[in-house]
Design a protein around this ligand. Structure first.
Ligand SMILES: [Ca+2]
Length: 509
């Protein structure tokens, strides 16, 4: 459909209902534990031709960050616009971890349903309770096999087709792929990244729409945060193969279904990942490989913005404001535990509306809030990134940094453990002592130290920068009603005679 025709439809929608934009839809494609291993982000070895195709219709954000590098907390943050410490999803949702968002939280799907926008979720949900995250159409791990709805791309294609054939504008469809999440912990029979699931090899089943791309471990790109060892290279090669499944469905099949159903020209498409890959410095950290995400926004009404590469820093906390802005819905006023909820993210539509302006540069702060991953992994961290500086506050720095079960069993981490035990060279940029034992505060100059190795927190000559970042972080924690506001050396009191939240000292240093 031509752009003029689309605009006429848009104007018509405003004429009939000045409150909402009802002629349009949103499709969110969320990868699981996917980093920047794609030519869209300058890794030319890992082939993702369909993501590149989407990038040609999108604004590509070079500095997009998740607010927390853990599956359930990240998804909850994306769907509520609130950091994990505010929405209550402190760690993983499933099994004995049992984390849930607070009952009073208003999620994106709940808000959209109130406005009669049809909502659908296919694939990995991993958030709860259901009353907070209701969808009209749900095919997730709660009522299906996660491998079937999250990794079997033919099955996903048919589910998308089913949803679209029964939908009419406006709708909101959220597809949560399980690729390229690790698999060795739960389904080792399919390989470390489920790279053999549906491959057609004996006993692996066959996904008709998938043509696996195989990689030679000797020729993969070993990023700086990985050990350059045989086992790590094999891990990366398997990860690449699983990315080929994500690419072939995530962009190709799903977008083809959208086009076939006639919604290509009025659907905002957002592609991103919940958190970075399960590698060292990756998932469960707040270092760059953990929190930096692929992030594409395709606005069908603004073809002039297609192919644009944007350097402004953005957050997955911006997704909810962006979607509400797209539908012209105001964020509802509400409270959690009698505290007013305020969004700290912003709509990103202006990046797609004004292609040749540098926008939002005045608001370039990115915040992160991590608490747990698995229930045993209490390691709260708060971080702020402003321009080239990133400040990390490790609240539980007195304990060693915890390792999750999934990553522990990975060939990469087992290799680090075994080589450490045998006293062999790690061929890694850190060692386990550095990895486990972290100082309370870390400050990095990302421009000159992108590997985040040189902690300049104590550097006198930049004390003004340090103090500014600390003040910004504290202000954000206050604004988002952070229960950890006074940790680790004071107790937050806000009842009895304390009218305002007050930090009372513990004298525990
Ligand atoms: Ca994840």
């Amino acid at each position: 459909m031509h752009r003029v025709a689309v605009y006429l439809m848009w104007i018509y929608a405003f004429t009939t209902d000045p409150g909402l934009c009802l002629d349009r839809n949103v499709l969110i494609i969320l990868a699981d534990d996917f980093g920047l291993e794609t030519p869209v982000y300058n890794n030319t070895l890992c082939k993702t031709p369909n993501l590149e195709r989407l990038a040609k219709r999108s604004v590509t954000f070079q500095s997009a960050y998740t607010s927390v590098s853990s599956c359930s907390p990240s998804r909850a943050a994306l769907l509520t616009g609130l950091p994990s410490h505010e929405n209550g999803m402190f760690g993983l949702h499933h099994s004995m971890h049992n984390f849930n968002s607070f009952q009073s939280v208003l999620s994106l799907s709940k808000i959209l349903k109130r406005h009669k926008i049809k909502t659908g979720i296919i694939g990995k949900k991993h958030v709860g309770p259901r009353s907070v995250y209701p969808f009209d159409f749900e095919r997730t791990e709660e009522n299906s096999s996660i491998l079937q709805v999250g990794r079997n791309i033919t099955r996903i294609k048919l589910l998308v087709r089913h949803f679209l054939s029964n939908a009419k504008s406006p709708f909101f469809l959220y597809i949560g792929f399980h690729d390229p999440h690790r698999c060795g912990h739960t389904h080792p029979e399919y390989g470390n990244f489920c790279e053999n699931f549906g491959s057609g090899k004996p006993g692996m089943g066959l996904i008709p729409d998938w043509k696996p791309i195989q990689y030679d471990p000797n020729t993969v790109d070993v990023p700086y945060f990985m050990p350059d060892t045989k086992e790590a290279r094999e891990d990366i090669a398997a990860y690449y193969t699983t990315i080929s499944r994500l690419d072939q469905v995530g962009v190709s099949l799903v977008l083809d279904e959208l086009k076939e159903a006639g919604y290509e020209n009025n659907t905002l498409v957002i592609f991103t990942s919940d958190n970075g890959p399960s590698f060292p410095n990756g998932r469960t950290n707040v270092y760059e490989p953990a929190v930096k995400e692929p992030f594409l926004i395709s606005n069908p009404f603004e073809p002039d913005s297609w192919g644009k590469v944007e350097s402004s820093a953005v957050s997955l906390l911006d997704v909810l404001p962006t979607v509400l802005d797209w539908f012209a819905i105001k964020f509802p006023k509400y409270k959690i535990f009698k505290k007013r909820v305020k969004l700290t993210g912003k709509s990103l539509l202006s990046f797609t509306n004004r292609p040749f302006e540098t926008t939002m540069s005045e608001n370039n702060e990115i915040y992160m809030s991590h608490n747990l991953h698995e229930v045993t992994m209490y390691y709260p961290m708060r971080a702020v990134r402003v321009n080239d500086y990133k400040l990390i506050h490790n609240l539980n720095y007195r304990a060693p940094f915890p390792i999750d079960q999934d990553f522990y069993l990975s060939p990469t981490f087992q290799g680090i453990l075994n080589r450490t035990a045998r006293g062999e060279p790690l061929r890694w940029f850190k060692n386990l002592t550095i990895y486990y034992q972290r100082p309370e505060w870390e400050l990095f100059d990302l421009k000159h130290d992108y590997r985040e190795l040189n902690n300049i927190y104590e550097k006198e000559s930049i004390k003004n920068v340090t103090n500014l970042l600390k003040a910004l972080l504290h202000r954000w924690m206050q604004a988002t009603n952070d229960p950890w506001l006074c940790s680790p050396d004071a107790v937050l009191e806000e009842n009895r005679s304390y009218e305002k939240p007050t930090c009372l000292p513990l004298f525990n240093r």
